[in-house]
Design a protein around this ligand. Structure first.
Ligand code: FES
Length: 104
């Protein structure tokens, strides 16, 4: 997820990231032995830079925007654990190769 501060505050991005890491640890998805693993990484900017924070779920290539704490929890439980993308937060250009806009 982005952490450059152009599309949302860094404080919000950090809190969302921290919650996702916490949920990952609580569900033991960071365990080496786990058949399903999840890694949360902060990026600088994902080149959208509006309505952030922006988050991408790989390998599904689903882009999310407006990811606050409530959205992050829904994305974790519904998409990452149940494989159901949370359409309410999916970026409209998620199925293109890369949403346009923003800075490089
Ligand atoms: S800072 Fe969030 S996409 Fe650029």
């Amino acid at each position: 997820m982005c952490f450059n501060g152009n599309c949302a505050s860094r404080e919000l991005a950090q809190s969302v990231y921290d919650r996702l890491v916490q949920l990952t640890e609580e569900h033991h998805l960071n365990d080496f032995e786990s058949p399903t693993s999840l890694k949360c990484k902060l990026a600088g900017c994902l080149n959208i830079c509006v309505n952030g924070p922006t988050l991408i779920v790989h390998p599904d290539r689903v882009w999310y925007h407006r990811v606050d704490l409530a959205a992050a929890e829904r994305i974790f439980y519904e998409h990452l654990l149940a494989n159901q993308p949370v359409t309410e937060y999916v970026h409209p250009l998620t199925h293109t190769s890369r949403p346009p806009g923003g800075s490089a």
